[in-house]
Design a protein around this ligand. Structure first.
Ligand code: HEM
Length: 402
């Protein structure tokens, strides 16, 4: 890719790029390999580092994430295999019976600690995944997700997503989201619960609603929502390296909880629906609640929830910028750019383009002017826009009347 990036912020220009098949979705990258100071170099990893990262001493969300990683490692260690290897190792140790020079306790020590030696943890997973069927993890998810695909693959995967979404009626999602928010809000913080924990649960209620509809059992929902959040945090790239293994474990956990389809691409798109909905819908809800709070004093009555959601999407879009890359030499805003140039599309700026929106910097629910670009546009707009809107409306139906 060329090192140059072009920023596009006009409403019409952003739409033109999103309509143009010459601009494709660029590959996603994580942070460069860690510098020697972060995370700690091998030599700096001591007991404190181990304790601070161990599942044994973790609580809350961190505990769930680390436990999922531990369960994932253990899933690769079949108990019958361990038994056979432990027997074999003990057999190898026992014939070296103490001669006069050897203390008996040294041998029995070796035997009682034999289980720790079998098998080395790195044998749990194949060193490199079989080429035809990569082990589910973040890299697998990204390489199979509609979001990072182009051309025919994108079309095929997008049709799987549309098929899955067709089974999720927005009106029902809205009712489910209102109901779940009600249940969460009625469990309002007593003396023992932090208020932000409750509001976190409320803004992530849409993930729980979608998870239920996609087949996750009720008792697995908190773990599933946590796993989705872990993946969503790193999904779009640029994450620190130490956040990647938990995301790998979370992808494996979710593929287990969702049950695998015979078609692996379909399994991936089911995870994708949860991940794509997670951060954006939560951000939309947080913004909407804050904007209502800020504007209430100037309103004689609270505007209809659907208008609040639509204007929040315009005024403060959850996905502020999206990227494309020119696959061939092209033209953007009248300027010629070579193939490989990255194009940054500023949806937030386009949503306040004065050529399109009157009074663009005012939060005015109920606007009738042209459509915002919060859900993208053109060849690959958000296929879950109606679902996202319904889920957000459902949560607000409850939250604004509670
Ligand atoms: C407020 C919430 C949401 C916002 C603001 C949002 C926004 C977007 C945007 C801007 C894109 C286009 C990215 C691009 O062109 O590069 C996109 C893609 C996508 N969104 Fe959403 N989204 C939201 C919620 C959801 C939900 C609830 C779902 C699923 C239930 C979903 C599923 C998807 C998928 C699968 C794609 C990839 C489509 C493709 O590449 O063809 N989104 N979203």
């Amino acid at each position: 890719m060329s090192s140059r990036t072009v920023l596009v912020s006009g409403h019409a220009d952003v739409r033109a790029v999103l309509d143009d098949p010459r601009f494709t979705v660029p590959p996603v990258h994580d942070a460069a390999p860690a510098s020697p100071s972060s995370p700690p170099a091998q030599s700096e990893r001591g007991l404190a580092w181990l304790r601070s990262r161990a599942v044994r001493f973790s609580n809350g969300d961190e505990h769930l994430r680390r436990r999922a990683a531990a369960l994932d490692l253990l899933a690769g260690l079949a108990p019958p295999g361990l038994r056979a290897e432990a027997a074999e190792r003990a057999r190898a140790l026992l014939p070296v019976r103490p001669g006069p020079a050897e203390r008996p306790e040294a041998v029995s020590d070796a035997v009682v600690f034999a289980p720790v030696a079998v098998p080395p943890v790195h044998d749990a997973a194949p060193a490199s995944p079989p080429p035809s069927r990569p082990r589910p993890g973040l890299a697998w998810l990204r390489s199979t997700a509609v979001r990072f695909s182009n051309g025919d693959r994108h079309l095929r995967r997008r049709s799987v997503v549309l098929d899955l979404l067709a089974g999720l009626a927005p009106l029902e999602l809205r009712a489910d989201a209102a109901e779940r928010a009600r249940a969460l809000l009625s469990a309002r913080p007593g003396s023992t619960e932090r208020p932000e924990a409750v509001s976190d649960a409320v803004v992530f209620a849409p993930v729980a609603v979608l998870g239920t509809r996609l087949g996750i059992a009720a008792h697995d929902l908190p773990t599933a929502v946590d796993a989705v959040r872990t993946i969503a945090d790193v999904y779009l790239g640029g994450a620190d390296n130490d956040r990647l293994p938990p995301a790998d474990a979370a992808v494996r956990l979710l593929s287990g909880l969702l049950g695998t389809d015979s078609d692996e691409e379909r399994t991936a798109q089911r995870i994708v629906l949860l991940v794509q909905s997670c951060a954006a819908t939560a951000a939309l809800l947080r913004s909407a609640l804050a904007l209502v709070e800020a504007n209430r004093p100037s309103w004689t009555r609270t505007p209809p929830v659907a208008d609040l959601v639509a204007e929040t999407l315009r005024f403060d879009p959850p996905a502020r910028r999206i990227r494309r890359v020119a696959s061939v030499d092209a033209t953007v805003t009248g300027e010629s750019i070579p193939a490989g140039t990255e194009v940054l599309l500023d949806l937030a700026a386009a949503n306040r383009d004065p050529a399109v929106f009157t009074d663009p910097d005012r939060f005015l629910p109920g606007r009738t002017d042209a459509h915002h670009l919060a859900f993208g546009h053109g060849i690959r707009p958000c296929p879950g826009s109606d679902h996202a809107t319904a889920l957000a409306c459902g949560v607000l139906d409850t939250a604004l009347t509670a």
